[in-house]
Design a protein around this ligand. Structure first.
Ligand code: NAP
Length: 262
């Protein structure tokens, strides 16, 4: 029997960080697979434009929810609004993230709290509010976009690294809790991706070391055995795959999308 062309038809997905980069591509792939999408982020203009494109290209329902994922109350309000508009979400992709670099002795408490808030507490809070409806329905998919920084250390990003390690710990623990309830939760761990986030990293390296863009790029792709950046599509395809009804046995995994770096 051939696979259905729209395997996520009738399912509502929340995708955080859907304004650009990996999250924008995840939202597109979910819509292409027939899923309705709530697009979460802070840049309302970009979210609205992406939502309009998804409706036009794929005929799915969308909702834009401007939300700072570091704000737990905003997450609760967004989840309630999304459920009311498009029904209880069956899929949650925790993708929003931010990486600000500094050596640990220059990482002040504000930066530390910001990195943990955006990259870890936001994932915890969205997962916490979304799981009850999934377990009640007996079906759900949570995919957390972690990082190779959740599996190994990198210099000058201790707060980000700590947060991403936390995301993987959270994923593994919750996977044990939901295992018999028809819900799976997994993480993907990209290496450096061709997105705005890496662009900021390159600009930062150029500014602090005086290197050219080409030299800065060489200094980061050296981590990836394939000696290249990962594309947003490569990450998003893995996220989509984990969301499919056919992937019910994959639970609590931290899947490397990094050319074999870890
Ligand atoms: P990106 O192009 O910079 O996109 C980041 C997304 O996160 C944007 O949509 C942004 O939306 C959203 N976001 C950031 N802070 C937010 C906040 N406080 N509240 C709500 N949304 C927020 O980066 P990307 O490469 O696609 O990154 C996506 C995920 O992949 C992140 O979790 C990142 O840590 C992870 N990752 C990236 C790389 C890499 O090399 N780029 C490698 C491994 C893992 P707004 O600006 O609209 O708020």
């Amino acid at each position: 029997m051939s696979a259905p062309s729209r395997p996520l038809a009738g399912k509502h997905a929340i995708v955080t960080g859907a304004s650009r980069g990996i999250g924008q591509r995840v939202a597109e792939l979910i819509a292409q697979a027939g899923g309705d999408v709530t697009l979460v982020g802070r840049d309302t203009e970009r979210l609205e434009a992406n939502a309009a494109q998804l409706m036009q290209a794929h005929g799915v329902k969308t909702l834009v929810a401007a939300t700072d994922v570091a704000d737990p109350q905003a997450i609760e309000a967004t989840y309630a609004k999304a459920s009311q508009a498009l029904g209880a979400p069956a899929i949650l992709v925790n993708n929003a993230g931010q990486a600000i670099s500094a050596p640990v002795h220059k990482t002040d408490l504000e930066l530390w709290n910001r990195m943990i808030g955006v990259n870890l507490s936001g994932v915890y809070m969205f997962t916490k509010v979304a799981l009850p409806a999934m377990t009640k329905a007996g079906w759900g998919r949570v995919v957390n976009v972690a990082s190779t920084a959740g599996l190994r250390g990198y210099a000058y990003v201790s707060a980000y690294c700590a947060a991403k390690h936390g995301v993987i710990g959270l994923t593994r623990a919750v996977a044990q809790e939901v295992a018999i309830k028809g819900v799976t939760i997994n993480a993907v761990c990209p290496g450096y991706v061709d997105s705005d986030m890496t662009d900021h990293t390159l600009n930062n390296i150029m500014k602090t070391t005086g290197r050219s863009r080409e030299e800065a790029l060489s200094s980061i792709v050296v981590h990836n055995p394939q000696k290249r950046l990962v594309s947003t599509d490569e990450v998003a395809q893995a996220v989509l795959w984990l969301c499919l009804p056919s992937q019910g046995a994959i639970n609590g995994q931290a899947l490397g999308i990094n050319g074999g770096e870890v």
